[in-house]
Design a binder for this molecule. Structure first.
Ligand SMILES: [Zn+2]
Length: 339
């Protein structure tokens, strides 16, 4: 089969690799209907995270089950399934508490690489959720979004305790931030302030439910949010970038007693004294997307949300390198790859 590899920063290649096989009795093999490039794939692509190349790439996936191991009982060949970027058993105490990305038996899908024609998914019964039937083609982008960016934006909003009557600020206008807007709207936020300087992203944010757009960044951006909230700051802030600057922008935009849901991996150290005196609740980490999948699948299947709109570039898998370039240069919000 063909799969995407990162050889060195900026060096993406599509190469032949062996077809995956059932290794553990709890595995499934899926044939990818679609896969995509994640904002987090850009960290190694840009050389900000070290690359031990050639590394298989990709951790977002939807597809048709081709085969299952002998211990798999609920997932069956022929089903259309969605899973998240960590495989999880969904039965351990941590999973049952809703933190499947910290499952005691978790396995990183990124190490397997789903930017490919086929993928081996460990712990299939716990990891994969099947749709009611094989979906029509036009729903596939939305289900693919549920595999990571929608679930991650949703967790950001839930972690930030978004709810009716609240003012929410979103730091980051990538796919996760934009879908954090969608989540905030669904969760009943009264006002949703998005920080963005890019016209196409502003437009999508407004379509997803944003009420205000702020173009300023850093301390200036935080000050603008205070201006809009009687000098107090937002009740809930979703941080969806993962830099020291974006994290501190979120902290400074949150009112004392407010909540921050942070879903970008923070790169760089945070000043403890500023966190201490901010009087904010911080809750984040690798989003337990699996917790939200059944609900998100229902919403998409019933046509209530259309998160697939974040894909503004679709390419064949063979053109993955261009898909990475377009996202790196911010010409695309998110690239969908068709195997
Ligand atoms: Zn578990």
């Amino acid at each position: 089969m063909r799969g995407v590899f990162l050889h060195a920063p900026g060096d993406i290649r599509v190469e032949h690799r062996p077809d995956p096989t059932i290794v553990e009795p709890t595995d499934a093999i899926i044939r990818l209907s679609a896969t995509c490039v994640c904002g987090s794939d850009l960290w190694p692509y840009r050389g900000i995270e070290t690359v031990d190349g050639p590394a298989p790439m990709g951790h977002e996936y939807v597809g048709i089950v081709e085969a299952v191991g002998p211990a798999v009982t609920t997932i069956k060949p022929g089903q259309f399934v969605i899973g998240s970027f960590f495989a999880s058993d969904n039965t351990c105490e941590i999973c049952r508490a809703g933190y499947q990305t910290s499952c005691l038996h978790r396995e990183l899908i990124g190490a397997i690489g789903t930017q490919a024609e086929l993928a081996r998914i460990p712990l299939a019964d716990g990891t994969l959720v099947a749709t009611p039937d094989v979906p029509p083609d036009d729903l596939i982008p939305s289900f693919l979004a549920a595999s990571d960016v929608l679930g991650t934006g949703w967790f950001g909003a839930v972690a930030a305790e978004v709810g009716p009557g609240k003012t929410v600020a979103v730091v980051g206008d990538g796919a996760v931030g934009l879908l954090g807007v969608m989540a905030a709207k669904r969760l009943g936020a009264e006002r949703i302030i998005v920080m963005s300087r890019h016209a196409p992203r502003q437009k999508l944010a407004l379509e997803f439910g944003a009420t205000d757009i702020i173009e300023e960044r850093g301390d200036e951006g935080a000050a603008r949010i205070k201006d809009l909230t009687n000098g107090l700051g937002a009740h809930s802030v979703i941080e969806a970038v993962g830099t020291r600057e974006s994290m501190m922008q979120a902290v400074h935009a949150t009112r004392p007693g407010g909540h921050i849901g942070y879903v970008g991996v923070t790169h760089g150290e945070l000043p403890g004294d500023q966190l201490f005196f901010s009087h904010t609740h911080l809750h984040g980490g690798p989003a337990p997307v699996r917790r939200f999948l059944p609900e998100l699948i229902d919403l998409i299947w019933n046509g209530e949300i259309d998160p697939g709109k974040v894909f503004d570039l679709t390419l064949p898998l063979d053109e993955a390198a261009e898909g990475y370039r377009a996202m790196d240069e911010r010409r695309a919000i998110k690239t969908l790859l068709r195997p």
